[in-house]
Design a protein around this ligand. Structure first.
Ligand code: ZN
Length: 287
């Protein structure tokens, strides 16, 4: 298992904000202390503008340099553009690693799946997964699927990939919940699986299974995963029901697709996040 991460993703924070450096610091500690899953660590490479601009407007990219909050959830930080670009660089490296046959996880922040073409929102500034999916298509991939199991709808990814015939988006998320979208399928390539709050765990897994079966009918050559761990039963931001072993199962299920895949961290705000990540990665790695 390759894990792409570095200290740039812990360099910014906002008092009281749930999307905080401790998410990563605690995950580093847990993953470094364990011996069941062999890990090779690497740091994110550069991210060039051309890749970012397939998913975002030039105005949006320029705005990241202004010290002006986007919304209450999504503050501006000094050097924000550099932090956001490091997270994109990790996503692009994850794509390369998947193509080289590795199992790979980008353990970075900020997350990306709420960022639209011209708007930062929901703790997200640049849409890491959409940028990597479009990079894959621009560099020879024929069909790319994005599988988003974060408990929140990946509205930004959907908006960016909408009607792209070579990409398909599958999102399993709580509804009603932030950001309030994702109640129906859109554009013939974006497929939404809304799950009511407090849906029993077995049923939640059943919905995830249906989404995975649906994804297989698209016959992707590559799968990009928006791996959010906030559908966990004890996550403070939503009312999901998944347990640690369900994330293991999810990792295993994605591995069993038999398609190269890369995984990017999105949400996950409980103190158990490091355990959930480890369980998921063991499933992805076939441990
Ligand atoms: Zn989330």
């Amino acid at each position: 298992m390759r894990i792409i991460t570095d200290e740039r993703c812990t360099g910014y924070s906002h008092p009281g904000h749930p999307e905080r450096p401790e998410r990563i610091l605690a995950s580093w500690e847990r993953l470094r202390a364990q011996t069941e899953l062999p890990i090779s660590w690497s740091t994110p490479g550069p991210c060039d503008d051309a890749a970012v601009l397939r998913a975002h407007t030039a105005e949006h990219l320029a705005r990241l340099n202004r010290l002006e909050n986007f919304d209450e959830d999504t503050p501006a930080y000094p050097n924000l553009a550099a932090y956001a670009r490091a997270s994109v660089g990790a996503a692009l490296d994850a794509l390369k690693a998947a193509r080289a046959g590795e199992t790979v996880f980008s353990l970075m922040r900020p997350p990306g799946h709420h960022a639209t073409r011209n708007r930062a929102m929901g703790f997200c500034y640049l849409n890491n997964v959409a940028i990597a999916a479009l990079e894959a298509l621009a560099t020879g991939a024929k069909r790319v699927a994005v599988f988003d199991f974060d408990v929140h709808h990946g509205n930004g990814t959907e908006a960016i990939l909408l009607n792209n015939p070579d990409a398909a988006f599958f999102s399993i998320h709580q509804f009603p919940c932030y950001p309030g979208t994702g109640t129906r399928n859109l554009g013939g390539n974006c497929f939404n699986y809304p799950v009511p709050p407090q849906t029993p765990r077995g049923e939640y897994r059943h919905i995830l299974t249906s989404a995975l079966e649906h994804l297989q009918t698209f016959k992707p050559g590559l799968v990009a995963v928006s791996a959010g761990f906030d559908a966990y039963a004890r996550d403070p931001l939503a009312q999901g029901s998944l347990e640690t072993e369900d994330f293991y199962w999810l990792g295993q299920s994605l591995r069993n697709l038999g398609v190269p895949l890369f995984n990017l961290l999105e949400g996950g705000y409980s103190a158990d996040l490091p355990e959930l990540i480890l369980a998921y990665l063991k499933g992805v790695d076939g441990k």
